[in-house]
Design a protein around this ligand. Structure first.
Ligand SMILES: C[S@@+](CC[C@H](N)C(=O)[O-])C[C@H]1O[C@@H](n2cnc3c(N)ncnc32)[C@H](O)[C@@H]1O
Length: 231
């Protein structure tokens, strides 16, 4: 069993979304909260490639991942820009911020007895994502999977007065974690109820910037729904 989340395609996409959808528009001394930092590589790579004057506060429950992240942060002398706490964001006090970022756990399964339980996203895969939106940050940059009841997440965001300000979509092959038979069979069941969308070995992963900012007039919810359900 792999102890720390490892999926380079997905982590690279998360880093690219962070840079394109958020960091480039947020160059002031903002603080950003991150849920589920993993080995820290997406944020570390983004910080190395961008001028960002603020601080990113990451929360990661997996102790091995947290230790790996902190070693790399020290190696690149980024400890004044990226701080990782070995605790759950849902149960910790954390600094004030307008920004939340996450590549959250989104694996759907009947229960969390799966290869990596910390990747369990609830029965439809959307529970953690929806709970993150419910925290009420002004801006939330989240990865949303097409096999994790994406329509429910988009509707949940709408009910919380979020607009979809921008998004990027990547076709991804089912990987190590989503191919576990217990997970894959469950995703097949969700598809029958229009809660999972995929084609053959491929699903879509979207990086979505949800915002409550009053100046954001546009809302791409319909376009995102169309993209996520088109497989
Ligand atoms: C899909 S992985 C993403 C890791 C990393 N951000 C990346 O993209 O490479 C989700 C991460 O969330 C962590 N996680 C799950 N539940 C958590 C919680 N309640 N609080 C903090 N981290 C959590 C997992 O341990 C895992 O490292």
């Amino acid at each position: 069993m792999k102890e720390v989340f490892y999926c380079p395609e997905e982590s690279t996409f998360y880093a690219n979304c962070l840079e394109s959808l958020l960091l480039r528009n947020c160059e002031n001394s903002e603080s950003i909260i991150e849920f589920g930092s993993g080995d820290g590589s997406p944020v570390i790579n983004s910080l190395l490639r961008n001028q960002f004057d603020g601080v990113i506060h990451g929360f990661e429950l997996n102790t091995a991942a947290c230790k790996a992240a902190n070693l790399t942060i020290d190696e690149y002398k980024l400890s004044d820009k990226y701080i990782i706490y070995n605790s759950s964001l849902f149960e910790s006090s954390h600094p004030e911020s307008e920004y939340l970022i996450a590549n959250p756990p989104y694996l759907p399964a009947p229960d969390d007895d799966i290869c990596m339980p910390l990747l369990f996203g609830g029965v439809d895969g959307a529970t953690v994502t929806n709970n993150l939106l419910s925290l009420g940050y002004d801006n939330a940059l989240l990865l949303v999977s097409s096999y994790s009841n994406p329509v429910n997440t988009i509707n949940h965001a709408k009910s919380l007065n979020y607009n979809v300000a921008s998004f990027l979509v990547l076709p991804l092959k089912f990987g190590f974690y989503s191919s576990e038979p217990k997970v894959k069979n469950h995703i097949e069941e969700l598809r029958k109820h229009k809660q999972a969308f995929y084609s053959g070995d491929y699903y879509f992963l979207a990086g979505v910037l949800f915002t409550k900012h009053p100046e954001c007039q546009r809302d791409l919810s319909a376009e995102l729904t169309q993209a996520m359900t088109s497989l």
